[in-house]
Design a protein around this ligand. Structure first.
Ligand SMILES: O=C([O-])CC(=O)C(=O)O
Ligand SMILES: [Mg+2]
Length: 235
């Protein structure tokens, strides 16, 4: 068994458009669906967003941050701009930029000025387990941005980008380039591209089953349940 996927190219969808998350389906439904279809950890605890009403969904372009090294000349020369354009490639539109915090979740991993490239190139947004600066400005950009919190101090002497489009670890979860990332106020979840359609269908089924439970719970008989005579709804 290989320890990591070697090819991170998202599977060819045969011209089919990218799917959307079904109406009413949220993070917990997607995490439940992932639990049914995969054995690995896929959920991140809730992150902070300047526009939490704006869920994030799209294929990941990853940048790995590491603790800053003054002798990493090539990486430092590329800077954020170089790593950003390497990560998003020729088709940046709709992608989610994923920045791994590199062991310093409280350091800033960027601010609204350099991250204005995301809106310029039509990305869906950004997810990181590190902090960001200028959250108000990022919220006004129309992007969906999720991070561990706001920072005011520049973080470039603490962490720096050193690789693009490699699998990264974010909030205890592996994100490979091309994985689909979803985030809302409840949390975030990482969906393998090859399973995407099945996970979305399963999440919709879970949501519909829950709606069915809600109406049978409304109609249940408290007396019968106290006597232990009705176990039709086990929620
Ligand atoms: O965080 C940084 O590296 C610089 C910054 O504030 C910005 O780009 O707006
Ligand atoms: Mg700034």
């Amino acid at each position: 068994m290989p320890h990591a996927p070697q090819d991170h190219t998202p599977p060819d969808r045969g011209g089919r458009p990218l799917p959307v998350v079904p109406e009413g389906v949220g993070c917990a439904d997607l995490v439940d669906a992932m639990g049914r279809l995969h054995g690995h950890r896929a959920d991140l605890l809730p992150l902070t967003s300047p526009a939490p009403e704006r869920p994030l969904f799209g294929p990941a372009a990853t940048i790995a941050y590491l603790p800053f090294r003054d002798d990493f000349a090539e990486g430092n020369r590329l800077g954020f701009a170089g790593w950003f354009y390497r990560a998003v490639g020729e088709e940046p539109s709709g992608k989610v930029l994923v920045l791994s915090s590199g062991g310093y979740p409280d350091a800033s991993h960027g601010g609204a000025t350099k991250l204005s490239r995301l809106a310029n190139h039509g990305l869906a947004g950004l997810l990181t387990d590190g902090r960001l600066r200028d959250l108000d400005e990022l919220g006004a950009s129309g992007l969906s941005v999720w991070c561990s919190g706001e920072a005011t101090r520049w973080g470039g002497d603490t962490v720096a980008p050193y690789a693009a489009n490699v699998p990264v670890q974010v909030g205890g979860v592996t994100v490979a380039p091309g994985d689909f990332v979803y985030a809302d106020r409840s949390g975030a979840v990482v969906l393998p591209a090859a399973s995407l359609d099945r996970v979305l269908a399963e999440a919709q089924k879970i949501r519909e089953t829950d709606l069915g439970f809600l109406s049978s719970i409304r109609e249940e008989n408290p007396e019968a349940l106290r006597r232990g005579e009705d176990s039709s709804t086990e929620t």
